[in-house]
Each structure stands twice: as structure tokens, then as C-alpha cells.
Design a protein around this ligand. Sequence first.
Ligand code: 13P
Ligand code: SF4
Length: 311
Amino acid sequence: GIPALDLKAEINRLRTEKNAVILAHYYQDPALQDIADFVGDSLDLSRKAADTDADVIAFCGVKFMAEVAKILSPQKTVVLPDLKAGCSLEDSCPPEDFARFRRAHPDHISLTYINCSAAVKAESDIIVTSSSAEKIINQLPADQKILFAPDKHLGAWLNRKTGRDMLLWDGTCIVHERFSVTELLKLKAQHPAAPVLAHPECPVGILDLAHYVGATSGILNYALNSPEPVVIVATEPNIIHQMQLKAPHKTFIGAPGADGNCGCNMCPFMALNTMEKLYLSLRNLSPQIEVPEDVRVKAKVSLDRMLAMAG
Ligand code: 13P
Ligand code: SF4
């Protein structure tokens, strides 16, 4: 390997030399968050990718996020440090099966979570993120029939929040499914005043114990603004890095899995990206994200609707 200090300097040098912008999701390793030009949730990262005037986007996140960057900014070179950084939600929704689901319900429109492949986006009507879904649904006519894919927990939570009856695809996030209700109850008993903040990809048993449910950006805001000195965080624990940076005097505790600690709730896909792979991807401009032009043009329609309706 290459020593850590050199890596930082080399990444900084290559960023300037290649006119690159480094975008990172909150679930990335803290070293990647620290070197990024911008850290954000899925919607923020999409907007940044659409707006940047850099020639190269180095995307520290998972593949569907880097694909969104390429779909919105096709003239840019988009690199992903590790092409195997996928997502269990994307895996749960193969494009052929999704097309069959749509054909079986021709009177429904399809509202699709951004955690899916470019091919599924191309067959969708409107894309949503967890931060924008409620606002977008509320702009649709009350009697509009809706299919929601691929996250069934997010879909069920949105149905509850909006009073809709969307038909749900049976997909889940393997990370957010690991939180244990029993262990969370024990942790709450130890910290009775601590608010529990949960991502809507969590199963309903966890959401029912939460004081706040929202996207990563909302969870971060709530954690920083809460007057409580201890906060319990039920989402991927790397986000705690941003909380500690901005509120070092507070204590942030990752919600536990069945083994009683939060280490098992790391996203194994996000964890594939490392400083060394980021360095190599900038140096070699590889691996690059490519989206077939016919798929890209169709996927951009559903993504543009999201950007317009999210405001
Ligand atoms: P948000 O950052 O949009 O809340 O998404 C969370 C997530 O699981 C991304 O994979
Ligand atoms: Fe996918 Fe879950 Fe990882 Fe997010 S945390 S990238 S939804 S597997």
C-alpha cells in the first residue's frame, strides 16, 4: 500500500490536475468524507453532480449514485473508486422483473426510490429520495394509483405518512434491516432522554421507537439541533463522523444490531471505497461509469421530474 499521508497529498494534487470534484455520501469512511469537496444525502449529491463545472466527478458512494451523476452530467467523466459498490435494494429489483410489475398494473404510475439501477429508472415515471418522497407524493392527485419500488419499508412508511395505498415492491436494505428492536429498547432504557433518529429504510418496529424519521440529511440536522446531550442514531454509523465534527461535546450512539453493537450495521457496499482506490480512480480515470445513451435519456426524464418536484 501507499502511506496515508501521501495518499491525501496525491489525491489533492490529482483533484487540481484533473479539475475533479470529489462527492461523498454520509455513509463513506470518515477519511473519504474529510477529503471530499461536498458530503451529502442522495438528493444533495444529485444536485451537486448536475451543477458542477468540474471535468471529472469522483463519486465516493455506491454505483447507483455515480450513475445518477453520469445521467445528469453525461459530458463529465464519472469515476467510482470500486465498481462493485452496489446496493441490496438495486439487487432486489432486476429491470425485467420491474417491467413485468409495471405491465401487470397498467393503471398505476411508478414512483421509484433512487436506490435502483439506471435501467429501472428508465422504466419509471418519477424518482424520489427519502428526503423528497413525501413532498413529491403530495403533489400527485389523491386518486392516482401508484407503484412504489424497491424499498418496502420506505414505501410502508410513506403510505402511513401520506395516507396513500401505494403497491409496494418487496425489497429491503440489508443494513437498516439489521437493527434490533430488543437491543434498541435496552439502549433507550439506559438513555431515557436520548432521542432516537431513524432512516425510513428501517423496519416499522424500529420506526415506531423513533422520535424522528428522515433521510440522512434530516437525521444529521436533528442530531445537531437537539438540545439533548445524547442522541441514538439508527442509520449507517459513518454518519456519526459528521455529527462529531460539528458537535464534539455531544454523544452519538449508533443503534445496535442483535449482537448489541453497531459495527454490523456498516454498509458493506459503501465500505468497498477506500482512500487508495479513490487515489487510483483519479490517477487512472478508471473505473468509469457508463450508461447506454437510450437508457440515460429515459432515466433523465424520471430524475428531472424528481429535481423539479423536490423544489
Ligand atoms: P439518503 O442519504 O438519501 O437518506 O439515502 C440513504 C441511503 O441508504 C443511501 O444508500
Ligand atoms: Fe443500499 Fe442500504 Fe447500503 Fe444504502 S445502506 S447503499 S440502501 S445497502
